[in-house]
Design a protein around this ligand. Sequence first.
Ligand SMILES: [Zn+2]
Length: 389
Amino acid sequence: MTLQRQYRRGDTGPAVAEIRSKLMLLGQLGIDARPDQGADSDRGDDAVFDDAVDRAVRHFQQQRGLTVDGIVGPETYRQLDEARWRLGDRVLSYSVSHVIVGDDVATLQQRLLDMGFDCGRVDGILGAGTERALRDFQRNYGLRADGTCGPATFRALDRLARTVVGGQPHAMRESELIHRSGPALAGKVVVIDPGHGGADPGVVADGLTEADVVWDLARRLEGRLSALGVQAYLTRGRDGDGLVDEEQRAAFANATDADLVISLHSDRNDNPQARGVATFYYGSGSDRYGLRSPTGERFAGLVQRELVARTGMVDCRTHGKAWPLLRSTRMPAVRVEIGYLTNPEDAAQLTEAAFRDMAAESIVVALQRLYLPPEQDEPTGMLRLPTFV
Ligand SMILES: [Zn+2]
């Protein structure tokens, strides 16, 4: 089933029944013991999105690194579906036309990594890299190297997983890649993603439109990066011609084989007091799932640090999220939410060209720091663009 619309507290009907049963299956919601569950409840017409469902959805969203709003839209629904799979529930194999996604794939990836078979990062998506690592594993352990994870492979994984002490080979591989690529920015490839665009303006408030603000920021960033010899690609044009959704933008970044992805947004809140800057990297809200990009997290920390130090914006810190753009990109990716357009102070700052220049410069300096060996890293606020041209 695919969701036709969003569901939230107060909604009723068969789709809500489906959501309730998924949450129950995951142990997020107590067994439904309402006395009026007659024969009619098969169709679920009387299922209610009540406070308990709202709480369960929020808890689930928090665990999975989704936006915690208690609303079940396509992304939350998809993750409810992925979360139910345990390793061994179904045969896993790679297919280009029907890619298998789920928590069982994430477990498989984690086990392969623990044993030293490099399948890239743990993202729960069964891609070519995971299949390669799986074949490697099968070859090494005397199994038929068919790249299909069936009963024999499940048994072998089960036996071996208990003898392996988990390491962080993926984390080491990511930082190794960063060091090997050297401190010079020239020759690196960066995808800049100005959020929204086209039919989707993003946040509109105080005479500002998010899509326009981040487009302008993206161009300032692109100019600075190009001057340093970085190959910069934008995911869309000014009017939004180009890529529409985050999955397409992620696929574009993967196709360019970029070193990094930087997605630019501004935020909103019903409370006009809410203000500041926050940076997001790929990771789930809780460590329970062990999904995270260590380099993405480090880069997010640097971007956040430079932006706060240079612009004086309120520090809303860095957070792990599993949004499609962060998750489906194979390289470290961050999303910056620069200011709240619903806050008068932030909005006033964002209209100034000098402020936008400073924000772009902050991101470039963070990029430079990411590639600098630790001993050359000067205190925040010390680096200036001409220093490293
Ligand atoms: Zn946005």
